[in-house]
Design a protein around this ligand. Structure first.
Ligand SMILES: Cc1cc2nc3c(=O)[nH]c(=O)nc-3n(C[C@H](O)[C@H](O)[C@H](O)COP(=O)(O)OP(=O)(O)OC[C@H]3O[C@@H](n4cnc5c(N)ncnc54)[C@H](O)[C@@H]3O)c2cc1C
Length: 465
C-alpha cells in the first residue's frame, strides 16, 4: 500500500475548510475509512488523504474548487468495480465517493429519457424503467453493483453491445463539475441534437480525467417483449466462430452472443460439477435473441437449425426467465471459476474486427506456447469482437513474466486492426499501451484537451497519459 500524506501539515490546511463546506459527516479522514477507498477492481492499493461523500452537486463543486485552489488530486469513484485502476488514488488526495448521490431524478416515458445522479446502480435503473416497459440496454456484467457514473466515465459495454451499442450510445446530456469547480451542462434531453461540438460524447469514456458527472440523462427504448436463450456446444472454436459469423450474416442480430473457450469450459467443470457439459465440447456459444414474440421464435428456430448444420454437438434452449438464468449461470460463474487454474490473473479486454477473431484466438495459443507455466483463458462478447483474455499464473513472482505475455497479446491485437480495450478503459493499468495504438499527433490533441479542461492536472492524475 502506498503511503498517504494525511499527517502532513499542509493537508490540514484544506481538510478543515472542506469540513466547513460539506459538513463533518461527509468528510472522512479516519484510517479505517480511507482504507476502504484505497483499492478498486484492479486490486491496486493507494491510500487517499480524505474521502468526501457529496450529497449534492454543490458539495461536488465546493470540494473540487477547494481542491483546485490547493492543487489536491481528486479521484471520482462509483462502486470501485473498474478493472483498470480508474478510481484508485495513485497520488493520494481526495476520493469523491458518489454512492450517496444515487437518486433517479426523473423518468419521462413520453420523451424516452431518464435523468439520474451518478451513484445510481445500473441494475436499479434498468428495473425502474422496466416498470414503464422501457429498456436501458447497456448491461455490463457488473450491472448489479456498478454505477451509471462509473459506466459513463468508462463507456461500459457488456453483453448487449452487438445489438444495442454501449453506454456512450445512450447518454444524451450531462451535468458536469469542471476542474475549477464550475458547473456546466452538455447535450440536451432530446433524442437528437447536433448543436456545436459533441462535448457529451467527449466526456463519456474520459474516466474522470476531464470533468465530474453529477447528473446523467440517458436515452431509453421500448422493452423487448420476449427474450429466449440458446446454449450451444461445439467440437472446435473454429465451428463456434464460423457459426457466430454465419448467424449475423443471415441478418439475425442477437441481443447477446458470447463465446467460451475450452480452458474456460474446464474451469467451469472443476468449479461446478453439477453443470452438465458434454465431454467433447471445446467451445460454447451463449445466444440471446430478443424482440417481438413471433420474430424471436423465428430467430431461435433459424439459429437452432444453423448451428446444427455447423457441427454443434448439443443445443439447450430456454424460454422462461428461470431456465434462461440457469443457462447464463455458465457464463456468470466464469470469473470465480478461473481461479481453479491458478490463484493470480491479468484480465485483458482486447477487441478486434470480428473477421479477425479466429486469427486472434490462434495467435493467443501460439503466444501461450512461449510462456510455459502460464495459461490464457478466453471468453467474451464475440459478436463485438471483444475477447476477455485472462492470463493465469501461479505465484506473485511470475507477474512480470505474465505481463510480458500480455504485452505480446496486446501488440498482436493492434496488428490485427484491433484495440487495447473494448470496454474496461485505460486507467493507470493500460496507459503504457496508449502510444502503441494512438499516433503521436492524435495523442497530443488528447493531451491538449486534458490541459484545456484541467490546467492544473487535479482530475484523476496518474491515469491515461
Ligand atoms: C465482475 C465484474 C464484471 C465486469 N463486467 C464488465 C462488463 O461486462 N463490461 C464493462 O464495460 N465493464 C465491466 N466491468 C468493469 C466495471 O464494472 C466497469 O468499468 C464499470 O463501468 C465501473 O463502474 P463503477 O461504478 O464501479 O466505477 P468505478 O470503478 O468506481 O470508477 C470507474 C471510473 O469512473 C470514474 N468515475 C466514477 N464516477 C464518476 C463520476 N461521477 N464522474 C466522473 N468520473 C467518474 C472513476 O474516476 C474511474 O475512472 C466489470 C467489473 C467486474 C468487477
Amino acid at each position: 500500500m502506498k503511503s498517504s500524506s494525511a499527517q502532513k501539515p499542509e493537508t490540514k490546511n484544506w481538510i478543515s475548510p472542506l469540513r466547513n463546506l460539506l459538513g463533518g459527516k461527509n468528510v472522512l479522514c479516519a484510517l479505517e475509512d480511507r482504507l476502504c477507498y484505497a483499492y478498486d477492481g484492479s486490486k491496486q492499493k493507494y491510500l487517499p488523504d480524505v474521502v468526501v461523500r457529496p450529497q449534492t452537486t454543490k458539495h461536488v463543486s465546493d470540494a473540487v474548487r477547494l481542491a483546485n485552489e490547493h492543487e489536491i488530486p481528486v479521484y471520482p469513484r462509483g462502486a470501485g468495480s473498474g478493472l483498470t485502476g480508474g478510481a484508485v488514488p495513485v497520488f493520494g488526495g481526495m476520493v469523491l465517493d458518489f454512492t450517496q448521490m444515487n437518486r433517479i431524478l426523473e423518468i419521462r416515458p413520453e420523451d424516452l429519457v431518464a435523468t439520474v445522479e451518478p451513484g445510481v446502480v445500473t441494475q436499479t435503473l434498468q428495473s425502474e424503467v422496466a416498470r414503464y416497459k422501457l429498456f436501458y440496454p447497456p448491461d455490463p456484467a457488473s450491472a448489479a453493483f456498478s454505477t451509471i457514473g462509473g459506466n459513463a466515465a468508462e463507456c461500459a459495454g457488456g453483453i448487449t453491445g452487438l445489438k444495442y451499442g454501449v453506454t456512450r450510445d445512450y447518454i444524451l446530456a450531462l451535468e458536469v463539475v469542471l476542474a475549477d469547480g464550475s458547473i456546466i451542462t452538455t447535450g440536451r434531453k432530446t433524442l437528437k441534437s447536433v448543436t456545436g461540438y459533441d462535448l457529451t460524447r467527449l466526456l463519456v469514456g474520459s474516466e474522470g480525467t476531464l470533468g465530474i458527472f453529477t447528473k446523467i440523462t440517458v436515452k431509453l427504448i421500448p422493452l423487448p417483449e420476449k427474450i429466449e436463450t440458446l446454449l450451444v456446444f461445439f467440437p472446435t472454436p473454429e465451428d463456434a466462430v464460423a457459426s457466430a459469423n454465419g448467424i449475423i450474416s443471415h441478418n439475425i442480430l442477437p441481443r447477446a452472443l458470447e463465446f467460451i473457450d475450452k480452458s474456460s469450459i474446464d474451469c467451469i467443470k472443476g468449479y461446478r460439477q453439477e453443470i452438465d457439459l458434454p465431454k467433447e465440447a471445446n467451445a460454447i456459444l451463449l445466444i440471446d435473441i430478443d424482440g417481438e414474440e413471433k420474430s424471436v421464435q423465428k430467430g431461435i428456430s433459424f439459429v437452432e437449425m444453423f448451428v446444427s448444420e455447423n457441427n454443434a454437438i448439443k443445443v439447450i434452449s430456454a424460454r422462461d426467465t428461470k431456465r434462461r438464468d440457469a443457462l447464463w449461470e455458465v457464463r456468470r460463474i466464469l470469473s470465480p471459476a478461473l481461479y481453479k487454474i491458478a490463484p493470480f490473473k491479468i484480465n485483458e479486454d482486447i477487441c478486434v474486427p470480428r473477421s479477425q477473431i479466429l486469427e486472434m484466438l490462434h495467435t493467443i495459443s501460439k503466444i501461450n506456447t512461449r510462456y510455459p507455466g502460464l495459461k490464457a483463458v478466453n471468453f467474451g462478447h464475440i459478436g463485438d469482437g471483444n475477447i476477455h483474455v485472462n492470463v493465469m499464473y501461479e505465484k506473485e513472482e511470475d507477474r512480470s513474466f505474465a505481463e510480458k505475455m500480455v504485452d505480446d497479446i496486446i501488440y498482436s491485437a493492434i496488428r490485427l486492426g484491433g484495440t487495447i480495450s473494448g470496454e474496461h478503459g485505460i486507467g493507470n493499468v493500460k496507459s503504457k499501451f496508449l502510444p502503441f495504438e494512438i499516433a503521436p499527433q492524435e495523442l497530443q490533441i488528447m493531451k491538449d484537451i486534458k490541459h484545456l479542461f484541467d490546467p492544473k492536472g487535479i482530475l484523476n492524475p496518474g491515469k491515461f497519459f
